[in-house]
Design a protein around this ligand. Structure first.
Ligand code: GCU
Length: 654
């Protein structure tokens, strides 16, 4: 297999460390990983790994360091904190192997700055204990979805021919990338657990052991998605009722077998009663009954159940204006606050719908103060250009994590950040080489949501691209690419308008009469979904103050969410001073012009970035321009035909 692209860990990124004298003190699995990293860096750049004598960099495991063992608090490889200082020598001190690994990569990211002026000790600790990537990978290739559901980077790096690959070198590279950005958990299989993948829990468990062995030296714990009906489908029981003692016993036994094979197994991920997956509703039980069943099987071993809040009716009648998909997660879960066991983490999508380019923050995040929560993002770009479009999503995640709810930010309210991964067998890992920045940025923000998105982007660019002259243009091209994507797709927070099924490219009415609850309600007079308490679905009432009132009135609702919350006439004047329909026209023309500019900036980078990267991105920018133009023309034409209002600037609308 050709070696994959080094992503943000190319050999030159290690020059500042690798050209110096470095001492590593301590023992344990993750300390060995650090020592191996240093050995490779000094071999490449002429420095030395020293045992005694003067050193430019000291990496010190303090105390017994947990010796690379996981601990019950969820830390893995011991404590994750580290302290870095410089007083003549640069030093990293950590109480655990994971902290030492994270401290090492911190120094790599600092580069020469780590060895310049002295600085006082600075303590670094993750804001979120849970920093997790979920893989929607199947062991087999699915006829419609391919092998990776919503995957845009080729087949699974984990599986081939129905089981875990023989050659796990690529997985080891991936684990190394994740360890370098502090991701400490992965879910190994699709949340839609099909028949073949269910066997990962039973006869394919030895394969899972091999994956766990590859992730462990990088401080990453593995998890399995499991089907709620496994006691029936795998165990042959007549029921999967969570209150049935035989069902409980089945889960206890299955879970004990997993821990006998993988003592540091992280736990289960569960999608239940959602989009056709089985769940506790079939037995008249609620989701606390369901989650606690698995939590109790996992608890003796320190495991966690990640229970997804993405529960809604996907067989809706579009004629029924009272049912609102946006309400569903809160309606189902808010009443259960306090009923979940302590090792349940409720995994909540960031918005009330489904990973759209723009949604309000999910009100569920403020509604369960006595429940552990994780917010879920999509690094894989299902609705944001499918890794054919440049769409740097770190600013979106940053905005969400900093959003204030009930006097605290989302980042304060949650215990974890989870995202769907975007990698596959593609030689650049992510299909679009620039989509690597989303994977990197996810890890960095999960570690510290107070980091500025542009600083994170600069870190990624600085590590990945050697030529300093490439950095400014790359930043210019990527920085605003999320708002650009938003401009040429569905307007003002209304969402969807994508082609049904694969979700790529425009189809304004594609989901308008479907059962999925994803409507925009455009007619000759106006567009948008009335989710007010006064005249609509009442969704605004799920928010705490001030948002319940801010969103209730079109006067105070932010422009970018207007059509998520309100059905307004085309002539409604936004805070920007433009009418809704003129805003639609302007943003769609501007969005395409911005893509033209992006392509021009990229063209100027020829010879400054590796040829393979240059060619791939150039091709994809041409596709992005084609697709953005299609979006512009379909959306503008649609609203011109509905409204009859011409463009104030007389541009061509077909
Ligand atoms: C989206 C996506 C599905 C996925 C689902 C989920 O609806 O299109 O492929 O299964 O999210 O998050 O469970």
């Amino acid at each position: 297999m050709t070696p994959p692209h080094p992503a943000w860990l190319p050999v030159p990124a290690f020059r500042p460390v690798g050209s110096r004298r470095v001492r590593v003190t301590g023992t344990g699995l993750l300390v060995t990983t650090v020592r191996d990293e240093v050995a490779a860096a000094v071999a490449a750049h002429g420095g030395a790994l020293v045992d005694d004598g003067p050193a430019d960099l000291e990496l010190v495991l303090v105390g017994d360091g947990g010796s690379g063992e996981f601990d019950a608090s969820g830390g893995f490889g011991g404590s994750e904190e580290f302290t870095v200082a410089r007083a003549g020598t640069t030093s990293v001190r950590a109480g655990g192997g994971a902290g030492l690994l994270y401290g090492f990569h911190h120094v790599v990211r600092l580069g020469e700055a780590a060895f310049a002026a002295d600085f006082a000790p600075r303590r670094h600790a993750p804001r979120q204990p849970i920093r997790m990537l979920d893989h929607w990978d199947n062991t087999e290739v699915h006829p419609f979805m391919g092998q990776v559901e919503r995957g845009y980077a080729g087949n699974s790096i984990f599986y081939a021919d129905g089981r875990v690959r023989e050659d796990l070198d690529r997985v080891a590279e991936y684990a190394r990338l994740l360890g370098s950005i502090g991701v400490n958990r992965v879910g190994l299989n699709n949340v839609n657990v099909h028949r073949a993948e269910a066997r990962l829990l039973t006869d394919l468990l030895p394969d899972v052991v091999r994956l766990a062995d590859v992730f462990r030296p990088h401080g990453v714990r593995v998890h399995l998605s499991v089907g709620f009906s496994s006691p029936v489908t795998l165990g042959g029981l007549p029921t999967a009722d969570p209150l049935d003692p035989a069902v409980r016993e089945w889960w206890d036994r299955a879970t004990a077998a997993v821990y006998a094979a993988i003592p540091d197994f992280g736990g289960y991920v569960v999608k239940a009663d959602s989009e056709g997956r089985p769940g506790p509703f079939a037995y008249g039980r609620d989701h606390a009954d369901g989650a606690n069943l698995l939590a109790r099987a996992l608890a003796p071993f320190g495991g966690t159940v990640f229970w997804r809040a993405f529960v809604y009716d996907h067989r809706q009648d579009w004629r029924d204006r009272a049912t609102d998909r946006a309400r569903a997660a809160h309606d189902h879960f808010a009443p259960l606050d306090g009923a979940f066991d302590p090792n349940v983490v409720l995994q909540v999508k960031y918005g009330p719908m489904d990973f759209q380019a723009r949604e309000p923050v999910s009100p569920v995040i403020a509604a369960l103060p006595r429940t552990r929560l994780a917010v879920e993002f999509q690094v894989t770009q299902e609705y944001t250009g499918q890794q054919k479009h440049v769409c740097h999503l770190v600013p979106q995640w940053s905005e969400i994590l900093r959003f204030p709810l009930d006097g605290r930010t989302v980042g304060d309210l949650v215990d974890g950040v989870v995202a769907v991964s975007n990698v596959g067998l593609d030689r650049f890992w992510t299909g679009h080489p620039l989509a690597q920045a989303n994977l990197f940025g996810f890890g960095r923000l999960a570690w510290d949501d107070r980091l500025a998105p542009d600083a994170v982007l600069d870190e990624w660019i600085g590590l990945t691209f050697e030529d300093p002259a490439a950095r400014g243009p790359l930043r210019e091209l990527m920085d605003d690419s999320w708002p650009t994507y938003e401009r040429y797709t569905a307007p003002l927070g209304v969402g969807f308008m994508v082609t049904p099924g694969h979700h790529y490219g425009p189809s304004v009415d594609g989901y308008e009469y479907s059962p999925w609850g994803t409507y925009h309600f455009a007619d000759r007079d106006g567009v948008g979904v009335d989710r007010t308490r006064a005249t609509g679905t009442g969704f605004t009432g799920q928010y705490p103050a001030p948002w319940r009132d801010v969103y209730e009135s079109p006067e105070t609702c932010p422009d970018e969410l207007l059509l998520f919350f309100h059905h307004v006439p085309y002539g409604h004047v936004l805070h920007s001073g433009k009418t809704v329909v003129q805003h639609v026209y302007d943003t769609h023309f501007e969005g395409v012009e911005e893509v033209v500019r992006m392509a021009r900036v990229w063209a100027g980078l020829e010879g400054r970035v590796p040829d393979g990267v240059f060619g791939r991105v150039a091709e994809l920018l041409a596709e992005q321009l084609r697709c953005a133009t299609e979006w512009r023309d379909q959306v503008n034409t649609y609203f011109f035909r509905k409204s009859g209002v011409p463009d104030a600037h007389g541009r061509t609308i077909h």
